[in-house]
Design a protein around this ligand. Structure first.
Ligand SMILES: Nc1ncnc2c1ncn2[C@@H]1O[C@H](COP(=O)(O)OP(=O)(O)OP(=O)(O)O)[C@@H](O)[C@H]1O
Length: 273
């Protein structure tokens, strides 16, 4: 009967050869992957709407053949009367609804091909009205990016001009806000939204800037904060005030003619109009 040692000696060359072959195949795969893998994507943020037609109900188009591009790093303002479909555009961007025709592309990729988490990571929205959770103000800002450190949260708060206000709260960043804590004004809530968006550092900022409920001074301050935070990012501003629009590189006007059509203006002509 063969001893264990003899058995091993017999099978060792076969086993070693097999292991060597496996190693070679694995190395070849890794090398090929390294060569074929696309370089890590550059931060761009070009947003394109191609012939977007959309209706909530049949035969009642809200948006009709809307096409425009927000080039990477630029700001485009979308303006229009109440009911023109501005908010609907944002809903389509987040895929809360699908267009009846046309498509939306992010850096050339149709957003319907992106995973929900990839889409959420890429776009941050500063809404008209910000929802606050019954939690600390730090957690409310940190909601912008799970896992953000205290220092990052504070940096975002500074960018949104909120740090000084938070420092004066009874427990600073640990103060619970929302239903069971101090109520924040609309302006302060909007700053929380700006800080959240800044923390996310998205490829695209969407700013729903219909701030009719703010007084002129707060509105100006908020606009300054928004412009500071989104200065180097692609920004889509949904606006109904000239002051936001005048900072845009381009303006898209949604008109209401039963259905909605679209025209583009230069910022200067819109600011004068
Ligand atoms: N969930 C919905 N179901 C059906 N119709 C809707 C829905 N949401 C909006 N609409 C209709 O779609 C049209 C466009 O609405 P949308 O909210 O996009 O306009 P808007 O330009 O953002 O208006 P505002 O400036 O007043 O916020 C309106 O006629 C509105 O009544």
């Amino acid at each position: 009967m063969q001893t264990l040692r003899e058995t091993l000696q017999l099978f060792w060359p076969v086993a070693a050869g097999f292991a060597r072959r496996r190693l070679r195949v694995a190395l070849a795969l890794v090398t090929r992957r390294a060569v074929l893998a696309p370089p890590s994507p550059r931060r761009r943020g070009e947003l394109t709407l191609e012939g977007i037609t959309f209706s909530y109900r049949e035969a009642c188009a809200v948006l009709q053949s809307v096409s425009f591009t927000v080039p990477a790093g630029k700001t485009v303002a979308v303006v229009g009367l109440s009911g023109a479909g501005k908010s609907s555009l944002i809903r389509l961007l987040f895929r809360l609804y699908e267009p009846d025709a046309g498509r939306i592309l992010l850096d050339g990729t149709p957003i319907c091909d992106l995973s929900p988490s990839a889409l959420r990571r890429a776009i941050a929205v500063v809404p008209q009205d910000t929802v606050l959770f019954n939690d600390t103000i730090a957690a409310n800002i940190g909601f912008g990016r799970v896992g953000a450190s205290d220092l990052e949260i504070q940096a975002a708060a500074r960018l949104a001009n909120l740090h000084e206000f938070i420092s004066k709260l009874p427990y600073g960043y640990d103060t619970v806000v929302g239903e069971h804590g101090p109520k924040l004004s609309i302006g302060e809530r909007q700053r929380v939204a700006i800080a959240r968006a800044a923390l996310k550092n998205p490829r695209i900022f969407v700013i729903d800037a219909a701030m009719s409920s703010l007084d002129a001074r707060t509105e100006r301050e908020i606009q300054r904060n928004l412009l500071g935070v989104s200065a180097h990012s692609t920004t889509l501003v949904i606006a109904n005030q000239r002051s936001m629009v005048k900072h845009a590189d381009r303006i898209v006007v949604l008109d209401r003619h039963g259905a909605v059509s679209q025209r583009e203006e230069l910022p200067t002509s819109a600011a004068q109009g």
